[in-house]
Design a protein around this ligand. Sequence first.
Ligand SMILES: *[C@@H]1O[C@H](CO)[C@@H](O)[C@H](O)[C@H]1NC(C)=O
Length: 373
Amino acid sequence: MHPTMSFCLHPRCILLAAVTFLCIWAIFCPSEIRKELSCTPLMPAPAAPVPPLSLPHLLIPNIGVCTGLGSPLFLLILVSSAPDHQEQRDAIRASWGALQEIQGYLVRTLFMLGEPSNSPLENIKEVLKQEAQVKGDIVQAAFMDSYRNLTLKTLSGLAWAAQYCPDVHYVLKTDDDVYINVPGLVAELKQRGNDLKKDWQQRYLDRDGTAARSPNLPVPYLYLGHIHRRVYPSRSEYSRHWVSEVQWPSARGPFPPYGSGTGYVLSAPVLRLILRAAGGVPLIPVEDVFIGVIAKRVGVIPTHSIRIAGASRYPIDRCCFGRILLTSHHIEPWEMKDIWELVKSSSGNRPLCSWLQEALGMLRCWVIHHWHF
Ligand SMILES: *[C@@H]1O[C@H](CO)[C@@H](O)[C@H](O)[C@H]1NC(C)=O
């Protein structure tokens, strides 16, 4: 046998290969490590005065959702849905959307809709009204529901949140084909919120050590998602993501970093900054890019989380969906219920992940995803 070949089967060589693989993964997979390197601003610059945002009025305003809850809503989940997607909405209602409280932290899920355009269903308007009345979780605004109007849908939802849920701490914007690990997300936001507050105190308040114990701390600035960087606008008029030269001039280069629209979180102060600045920016029809553009304007740097899967579809797996991932895209309505059953803590007394799976966490889900084990 050739000497180098026998050397490469040596355990040390295998270990070296494994370490190299891990390093490459850590560098190229935008990760927590990168987040640590980019410095999240704690006090963004104030937005320059801009014309107020004019949005379509609400057809189904549903203004009572956040009143009389007893304590402030911790997380509002705004699901972008199409009028004829009742099956998708029902699947969410029957699975993760049913969760309204996680260890004392209140959560609500609402569906954002526009007006049905040319739906094959004749009586869809009546059906929708009924659905909204019975379920009480629909907000509908007066604009034509189309892919190129999704930015209007998001803005209507965010404006609704700011107006009718003024005490909410975090808002998650997502779509009706995304599985949300609600307990995981609440825990993550609690943790990040505490860390950011501690940072904030140390920098700004903790001069004499008293403010650190103050219970009335503000909700920190947070824009969390699966962050896309250096994405250039599509100039093909046939593309769903077409952005015109007026909306984003080529001279400006790539878009600023933005969180994939499949799931991004804005904390209340960021939400308010974004709404205040949105009127001064051309309405880029790609909803998630638009939020990234305004965030950049108001000085909010997005934070990447490898647990937010973005647009990738991960194979259904109990540990990944129940513990590690916070959002997972491309989930069909029937799969929502399947995953929900799978991750229910009562399915046996088996823990969601073994200690090894938990420790390797994201790496494990990522490997399953890429190699379809
Ligand atoms: C967006 O909604 C408005 C208001 O209903 C409508 O006039 C417009 O045609 C819609 N745009 C697209 C691209 O669908």
